[in-house]
Write a protein that binds this ligand. Structure first.
Ligand code: AHR
Length: 661
């Protein structure tokens, strides 16, 4: 954001204390109310749209363990003599490739990997290649490792190369660093089997867990994340991090659910799982969408810690996706304590993994991975977006067992996929009976819904569980990319979350990530290709709230609060005791500008204010990887008049005002 001494979208109205204003916003600065929870604005990660493998997870090789089904060579082009065997060094990923020379100096054996929609590499940057290999007959062989541009008219496809000499009959890990001479967004990784002189000779080599990472990952972790994507998350300053889903927690069948225990320990031995989003939408079908679990629960906890967000894991309650199994009881685990034992243990063991001493069974797994100190888990969601008795009877059994063992953990239940109606109400009632600490509500809804819900949380029961708006987004005109026209309604609606921070404790937009070549669901908060990232307009709305969360709600009176279903000016105010700031967020959803007087009662004269403006007035405008900054916030100064800010807010603009007290 640039500080511009321009009043972008904001025109100061001279002497306007005396002029009639369209909206008068009166903020009681001396009456701080409910605390705004540090968890209030967060992020929700799910491996949808190639968010993990091919996205946030830094691995550049697809199907690195030759475990994809039905074809263990999916993602690879094999040439020469290549076979797949299944008695490899990692029992949960047993397949590996055997490369055998062709017996003629001009015939080559090797493998070529296409990455996820290609492999993105940048000129001058380093990439760590690693592989497990052996020469079963003891005859030394060399592996020539290349980054190539397969589709080029240039003389040489290769633009980075290193050789690895393999001498042992036993499996060993080999590592080399490749320095790229070019920037290529859709490169391939090519491996040639050869003699030490680089010629094709005679011999055999077995290869397994073929991996390529940027050296420059987020925080430099070797099994790390793409730096630019993780940085975009950190920059938001999220207060809570919900993971790993979403429907992915449930699976199409229970066997297909996200099994966190498979996602920890050495990466080489984390078994592969089919991604449930591979098959959900046949109009965008991805036969190669699997979960390597390389980005697993340890990595999620670590990322939470590094970006300062409270970890919020979601665990399966013994139910497969209800949308895909409807009333089939047999799709789910029996609703008895015995039938749900595995799911109860998953919860209890996860708490031990996160918080247990380093010498406990699961605490040791964490410690062995490099984090002896606990992760300090406080929140646990049991089940995702499930409904009716199927869920109610199971969540009771699992939640009761967790509570008995860990009363210190806050439990989050769900009110199902609907944002109102019988099912939703039954969900809330059941969660109240279960004494859930929070209830996770989901609403992917059009503009009309958002306009009808300005006051949604004003009327919520203050004595029951708190609200977690765990998945929401404004979807307009048939699920577009991410356009300004929808994001202004998210900004306006969120003033209602903030005004009601006594009952709304957490909110996370969804989904988070999307690869431009591999999406199944949109809109999404952050788009990317192999090299570029485009935070959407919705990202900026979320970031402005999270970065300016404040610590306490301030009462605000709006002289012209829009009626249900109407456009207008919506506002909320918070006090930030740590920064000594009053923060007022104002969204104008009208097409035309409005004059607004912000009166800070309890203050005499104000220092100049800072205004951060997000212009969302061009309905169809969106940030794309080609033009990632079409929409972004701009800072400007606003002169105060006494204790007032008298401003004009342009149509479909969202502005955050900050005044030092
Ligand atoms: O965010 C996409 C999906 O929407 C989530 O997986 C699910 O919880 C909801 O239906």
């Amino acid at each position: 954001m640039k500080l511009r001494n321009l009043l972008l979208g904001l025109a100061l109205v001279a002497g306007s204390g005396a002029m009639a204003q369209d909206n008068v916003l009166t903020v009681q600065t001396q009456k701080p109310g409910a605390p705004v929870q540090p968890t209030m604005y967060g992020i929700f990660f799910e491996d949808i749209n190639y968010a993990a493998d091919g996205g946030l997870y830094g691995e550049l090789v697809k199907n690195r363990s030759f475990e994809f089904t039905p074809d263990p060579l999916m993602g690879w082009q094999a040439f020469g003599k290549v076979s797949i065997l299944d008695d490899g060094p990692f029992d949960r990923n047993p397949h590996y490739a055997r490369l055998t020379t062709m017996g003629h100096g001009d015939w080559w054996t090797g493998l070529q990997n296409e990455g996820y929609f290609g492999i993105g590499v940048e000129q001058g940057k380093e990439y760590r290649f690693s592989i497990y290999a052996r020469v079963p007959d003891g005859k030394t062989q060399m592996l020539r490792v290349q980054l190539v541009e397969p589709y080029t008219s240039e003389e040489h496809q290769e633009f980075a190369q290193e050789d690895i000499k393999v001498t042992s009959r036993d499996w060993q890990k080999y590592t080399v660093v490749l320095r790229s001479r070019k920037t290529v967004s859709k490169a391939h990784l090519r491996l040639f089997l050869c003699e030490e002189n680089g010629r094709s000779g005679s011999g055999t080599m077995d290869v397994e867990h073929v991996s390529l990472f940027p050296v420059d990952t987020w925080m430099g972790h070797e099994n790390g994340m793409r730096r630019d994507l993780a940085q975009a998350l950190a920059d938001m300053k999220p207060g809570v991090f919900r993971f790993p889903g979403g429907c992915i927690v449930e699976g199409v069948t229970l066997d297909n659910r996200y099994n966190w225990k498979n996602s920890v320990g050495p990466v080489e031995n984390r078994p592969l799982n089919k991604n449930r989003w591979e098959s959900t939408f046949t109009y965008r079908y991805y036969p190669d969408y699997f979960q390597s679990y390389g980005l697993g629960f340890y990595e999620f906890f670590l990322l939470s810690e590094e970006i300062g967000a409270e970890p919020l894991p979601v665990l399966n309650v013994g139910m497969a996706c209800q949308y895909q199994n409807w009333n089939d009881e047999s799709a789910h685990a029996p609703a008895t304590e015995e039938g749900l034992r595995e799911y109860i243990d998953d919860c209890l063991d996860l708490i031990e993994f996160a918080n247990g001493p380093a010498d406990s069974e699961w605490g040791k797994v964490r410690a062995d991975m490099g984090h002896p100190a606990p992760f300090n888990l406080k929140l646990l969601a049991i089940g995702n977006e499930q409904w009716d008795e199927f869920y109610f009877k199971r969540v009771k059994i699992v939640a009761d067992a967790v509570r008995r063992a860990h009363p210190e953990i806050k439990i989050i239940g769900t009110s199902g996929p609907n944002s109102e109606g019988g099912e939703f109400e039954r969900g809330w009632e059941a969660m109240k009976r279960q004494r859930a600490d929070l209830v996770d509500e989901h609403f992917y809804r059009p503009i009309t819904w958002f306009k009808n819900e300005w006051n949604r949380y004003d009327k919520y029961d203050r004595r029951g569980p708190k609200v977690f708006a765990g998945e929401y987004a404004c979807h307009d005109r048939g699920k577009k990319y991410n356009h300004a026209g929808a994001s202004i309604y998210e900004a306006a609606f969120m003033t209602g979350l903030e005004r009601n921070a006594d009952v709304v404790h957490m909110a996370t937009y969804a989904p988070l990530f999307s690869h431009v070549d591999g999406w199944q669901w949109r809109p999404d908060m952050i788009w990317y290709d192999n090299l570029r990232v485009a935070p959407s307009a919705s990202y900026w709305v979320q970031a402005l709230y999270a970065q300016n969360r404040g610590t306490h709600v301030l009462p605000i009176q709006n002289s012209d609060f829009p009626a249900k279903g109407e456009d207008g000016v919506l506002a909320s105010a918070v006090w930030d005791k740590d920064r000594g700031e009053v923060i007022v967020k104002v969204a104008n959803t009208l097409n035309e500008a409005r004059t607004v007087s912000i009166r800070l009662e309890g203050l005499k004269t104000l220092a100049d204010a800072m205004a951060i403006t997000l212009d969302l007035s061009q309905y169809d405008l969106e940030n794309t990887v080609e033009n990632p900054r079409a929409i972004e916030p701009h800072e400007s100064k606003v002169q105060a008049e006494g204790n007032q800010l008298n401003v004009t807010i342009a149509g479909k603009n969202f502005v955050v005002f900050k005044v030092k007290k």
